[in-house]
Ligand binder design. Structure first.
Ligand code: ZN
Length: 343
């Protein structure tokens, strides 16, 4: 990374899923995957740190959900098998690329990775489908390095309910957290694991607000007032995040950016900046960052992959953010919320 580059900390990618599905081991991450995020693109774009999601696809053995409806819950054993494969993938990447990638578990490790110019990877579970009601797996995954967890993806599980992909729609769909879900929130607080609100429905979100002591974080969601997807955050949700000293990562998926919800890469970079501006107005400059969804979604052409992240820094400057503001939005705010959450 050259000195002129703004380092980025990204709140969400699905690169482990891409590597898992390709079934070619960790090597493509080092050499280039042809996707949105790999080591050559990390260096070109100035990506310094990122949340690497473990996302379990819907079980092909289950009947597919109708459009706009939630898929069936996953069976625990299946969910654990896929989760272990993806955690192992990240650990193999770290071992295969000595010094280039580090899985970080503390802010001290995050800072050490940055000083050593290594990519810092935060292990994230996108949905707690692989965790049993007794939370035994949570303890094991925490020891394996998991430091961030979404209670649900857009799918029900034993802890709560996600939002289906409907447009336009409000996130107020379905019931809140189960008792096990509330216990999961308390356990994450105790272990210092980030609780990610992206994909959670409104009733579940309210339960997290009521039961969590930690800053409220949505790693990869946008502003519902601009793009009325149930994946985006309404005014009361943003109020709750603000009041908790929390954080939102701006998602680059065009369907969560555009006012019309259309899935086309011909989406101007300025629409991304519109979400940054609205979030900064609502939450303050210290509570907004990036949550790209690289390798998991359709990007605007100007931000087609992680190699183009400096174009986002330039677009933010063009809209009046100072260099200091841009550095906060690009990196520092994620670090700050982890200081307030990890232990
Ligand atoms: Zn997601």
């Amino acid at each position: 990374m050259s000195d002129a580059m703004v380092p980025f900390f990204d709140g969400h990618n699905d690169t482990l899923l891409l590597l898992h599905e390709r079934a070619a081991g960790p090597r493509p991450f080092l050499d280039g995957t042809g996707g949105h995020l790999d080591l050559p693109l990390v260096r070109r774009g100035g990506l310094a740190a990122g949340f690497f999601a473990v996302f379990i696809p819907n079980d092909p053995a289950q009947p597919a959900a109708a459009a706009g409806e939630l898929p069936a819950p996953l069976e625990l054993g299946h969910a654990q098998q896929v989760t272990h494969a993806m955690i192992a993938m990240l650990q193999r990447i770290e071992r295969t690329a000595p010094g280039a990638v580090r899985v970080v578990r503390t802010v001290a490790e995050l800072d050490a990775a940055r000083d050593a110019a290594a990519l810092a990877a935060v292990l994230h579970l996108e949905g707690a489908d692989a965790i049993d009601e007794s939370l035994n797996a949570l303890e094991v995954y925490h020891q394996a390095g998991v430091r961030s967890l979404g209670i649900v993806w857009s799918r029900p599980n034993r802890f709560g309910n996600g939002v289906p992909f409907r447009f336009p729609h409000d996130p107020d769909i379905g019931a809140g957290l189960s008792d096990a879900g509330k216990a999961l929130v308390r356990a994450c607080n105790e272990l210092g694991i980030v609780i990610d609100l992206s994909h959670l429905n409104a009733a579940g979100f309210r339960d997290v607000v009521a039961h969590s002591q930690a800053p409220l974080v949505a790693t990869h969601s946008n502003v519902h007032a601009i793009c009325p997807s149930p994946r985006n955050l309404t005014a009361w949700q943003l109020d709750a995040i603000r009041d908790s000293g929390g954080m939102v990562g701006v998602n680059l998926h065009v369907g969560f950016l555009r006012p019309d919800g259309l899935r086309t890469s011909e989406t101007p970079l300025d629409v991304v900046v519109d979400h940054f501006v609205a979030l900064v107005e609502h939450l303050g400059i210290g509570h907004v960052g990036l949550g790209s969804d690289f390798d998991g979604a359709l990007m605007p052409a100007e931000l087609a992959d992680a190699g183009r992240l400096q174009a986002l820094a330039q677009a933010l400057r063009r809209r009046g953010f100072t260099d200091t503001d841009v550095r906060r939005l690009a990196y520092d705010n994620w670090r700050d919320v982890l200081i307030r959450t990890w232990r």
